[in-house]
Design a protein around this ligand. Structure first.
Ligand code: SAH
Ligand code: SF4
Ligand code: F3S
Length: 469
């Protein structure tokens, strides 16, 4: 296995020097330097945006949600489905007016779309108001790129196809005070045939356990109560480390950090989810009783063409083993409807998995061809209306199951983390069960950030309702 490229502390120090140089420039501006960071896609991107904000903060920027006020606009994009890309193109296109009104505003596009050569080309040719384009592999050089834009002008593109590296010591400005993301690894080696992620995020590489543990320890000291370990496939954590260790070992070590907090993780790949992992989850009291385990499709032929490297039976056996160890485990999954060549009969197999496993929630997607992936070249004869009809059947079935599973909570008292203020005026707070189900709660907002017993008084297919005990 190839060893991961580490960006040296001296390189990061150099980037922080660029931050200080930019801060000296922005201090001379007449208006207060403000930044607008817009994030699309998954938690990995949220975590990256927290690092972009960390750098921007060191460059002297405050933050705004209003693009008219911003002197730098950063759009952190997602390439997972065509729809996600179209939204970004729409929003970036509209920024041409902002640029006309404020020619000095820097417009930056980064994230997974930026790493796609077709996208970079389109931005270069048709979105000339965009000043800076850089992919996830170049994020650690953001200060240098901003510095060069402010001092030399001209557009900058940093979108080389690189296998990826790890940079420690980048500052972060987190959005939340209670829940935090901690990336434990980057990239993906799996090349599921429909998926763009391995092309834009590079190869799998794991952060050193010491760096991860130190970050979690710091977060717990700062009062964070709910920590999610992030990676595209956390189950293959550690394979590239000099002293290999596996994800279950890492969980055990995070669990040993003193403090009252919950540990979650995502995403797990069924092919690498082991009995050892399930046993570790069952034993470690801080590890939340919840597993997000995408199965994508219930039919073995489709799974094979997807290059998932697990069968329907493998999947169901793993779920059975997990339920035997943790009977109240909350299970969630991802499903793709309408993969090229999926027949009506093959789709029925997906519905059967839902009936059998009874997931608490499901993230469902209609297949979207991604140029450059093998599936985009496959024959796809099923008309869109038929895919839509299948999609609707899938969500209707899941809605029924979610509603039944939520109804079973009513009357119970559950220790929940009070994690936010409710936007629904009949409730004061939002809370999460250990299994991450949303609860709207009547109670005193001063309890925010605490674990408290909540009596569940009602439920629907989306959430639970309750009151503080
Ligand atoms: N690494 C994670 C998921 C990453 S993407 C995993 O392996 O499970 C999140 C979800 O988006 C995937 O699980 C899949 O269900 C969906 N997805 C990925 N590519 C897609 C595509 N081309 N069309 C539709 N859905 C897709
Ligand atoms: Fe995409 Fe598959 Fe990797 Fe998940 S495991 S990111 S679906 S290639
Ligand atoms: Fe999207 Fe990139 Fe995440 S493609 S789903 S933001 S890894």
């Amino acid at each position: 296995m190839e060893r991961t490229t580490l960006i040296s502390p001296a390189e990061i120090e150099k980037q922080l020097d660029f931050c200080r140089s930019v801060a000296r420039l922005t201090a001379r501006w007449e208006e207060k330097p403000l930044a607008f960071v817009d994030t699309y896609g998954c938690q990995q991107n949220e975590a990256d945006s927290e690092r972009l904000r960390g750098f921007l903060d060191k460059m002297g920027f405050g933050f705004t949600q209003n693009e008219e006020e911003a002197r730098i606009i950063v759009i952190n994009t997602c390439a997972i489905r065509e729809h996600a890309e179209q939204r970004v193109f729409g929003n970036v296109g509209a920024l041409v007016h902002v640029k006309r009104r404020h020619p000095d505003t820097l417009i930056c596009l980064c994230g997974c779309m930026a790493q796609r050569p077709q996208v970079a080309k389109k931005i270069r040719e048709s979105y000339r108001h965009v000043d800076l384009v850089f992919g996830p592999q170049a994020l650690w050089k953001f200060p240098e790129m901003v510095h060069s834009l402010l001092t030399r002008r001209g557009r900058t593109f940093s979108v080389e196809d690189e296998p990826g590296s790890i940079a420690e010591g980048i500052p972060v400005v987190r959005q939340d005070k209670i829940r935090a993301w901690v990336s434990i690894m980057y990239g993906c080696n799996n090349f599921c045939t429909y998926c763009i992620v391995p092309y834009v995020r590079g190869r799998e590489r794991s952060r050193k356990p010491g760096d991860i543990l130190a970050e979690v320890r710091r977060l717990v000291e700062e009062g964070y109560k709910d920590i999610t370990l992030l990676g595209q496939n956390v189950n293959s954590y550690g394979r590239d480390l000099e002293e290999p260790m596996d994800f279950a070992d890492l969980l055990e070590q995070v669990n040993a950090i003193p403090g009252d907090f919950l540990i979650r993780f995502m995403t797990s790949h069924p092919k690498d989810a082991t009995q050892k992992l399930f046993e570790t989850m069952a034993r470690c009291e801080k590890v939340a009783p919840v597993l997000h385990l995408p199965f994508q499709a219930g039919n073995d032929r489709i799974l094979k063409v997807m290059n998932r490297r697990h069968t329907r039976a493998d999947y169901l056996e793993k779920i059975k083993a997990l339920k035997a160890l943790i009977p109240d485990i909350v299970l969630t999954s991802d499903v793709i409807v309408g993969f090229p060549g999926e027949t009506a009969e093959e789709f029925e197999d997906t519905l059967r998995v839902l009936e059998e496993v009874r997931f608490d929630a499901l993230f469902t997607f209609i297949y979207s061809p991604r140029p450059g992936t093998p599936a985009a070249e496959m024959d796809d004869p099923m008309p869109r209306e038929e895919k839509l009809a299948n999609f609707n059947r899938l969500t209707a079935l899941q809605d029924r199951i979610s509603e039944e599973k939520h109804a079973a909570y009513v009357g119970k008292t559950v220790r929940c983390l009070l994690d936010g203020l409710s936007d629904d005026e009949r409730y004061d707070l939002t809370a999460r069960t250990p299994g991450n189900r949303l609860v709207r709660v009547v109670g005193d907002p001063s309890a925010l950030g605490q674990f408290q017993n909540v009596k569940i008084t009602g439920a629907n297919k989306w959430s639970l309702f309750g009151e503080l005990v």
